[in-house]
Design a protein around this ligand. Structure first.
Ligand SMILES: [Zn+2]
Length: 212
């Protein structure tokens, strides 16, 4: 049942322990020093470790449905993780990473009748209401809600005490990113243009399937 996972772990062990690599040995010996903290959706298709092709030690990861950041409350998993990342480690950039075709946002738009889920995602209702005013069809409403939610989550994030303090001290940047699942593009919200703009496209990298 879990053969695919065990096979993957065997490859990871081979490349990062048995083969000629000191990366994990150094990370164990010296400790970690990640520069990024990524808040992403639980969606299986946009795992940041996969889409950023990141080696171990690059970022802290926090996952929540829709990459939603609820308003600050002491004692939550996210508040504790941010405190650890910013006050006991030297994270320089926090990224709220949403994505297209998000099941959480679709559930919100369809007003899912499941209190366990709706009690969490309902915080993004404001993003949905705003989208309903500016869009005419269902598809546009969901797509705009996805982006509005990323921005709203980023604003909520900035009010977490650890983040607010780090922002005041100018030692952290907070970014709103979106992974477009339909074409692999990565976008960033630009406050000046008030738009999500493409950071990279598939064509900026030379095709080399041997390294895929
Ligand atoms: Zn999602």
């Amino acid at each position: 049942m879990t053969k695919d996972l065990i096979d993957g772990a065997a490859k990871f062990k081979h490349y990062h322990y048995d083969a000629d690599s000191d990366l994990m040995a150094d990370l164990v010996k010296v400790g970690q020093d990640p520069k990024y903290f990524i808040i992403s959706c639980i969606d299986s298709r946009c795992n940041p470790g996969t889409i950023f092709r990141a080696k171990p030690g690059i970022f802290f990861a926090h996952k929540a449905m829709g990459a939603i950041v609820r308003p600050y409350q002491q004692g939550t998993a996210l508040a504790a993780a941010l405190q650890f990342a910013l006050n006991y480690n030297k994270v320089e950039t926090i990224i709220v990473l949403g994505h297209t075709q998000c099941g959480a946002i679709k559930a919100l738009a369809e007003d899912i009748d499941d209190p366990e889920i709706s009690s969490f995602i309902s915080v993004a209702k404001h993003s949905l209401e705003k989208a309903k005013i500016s869009c005419d069809n269902e598809h546009e409403i969901v797509a705009t809600t996805e982006r509005n939610t990323i921005r709203e989550s980023t604003e909520n994030l900035k009010a977490y005490p650890s983040v607010a303090k780090a922002l005041t001290e100018n030692r952290v940047a907070v970014k709103s990113w979106q992974f477009d699942m339909t074409n692999g593009n990565l976008l960033e919200y630009n406050e000046t243009t008030d738009k999500f703009e493409i950071l990279i496209t598939n064509t900026t990298i030379e095709d080399n399937r041997n390294h895929a």
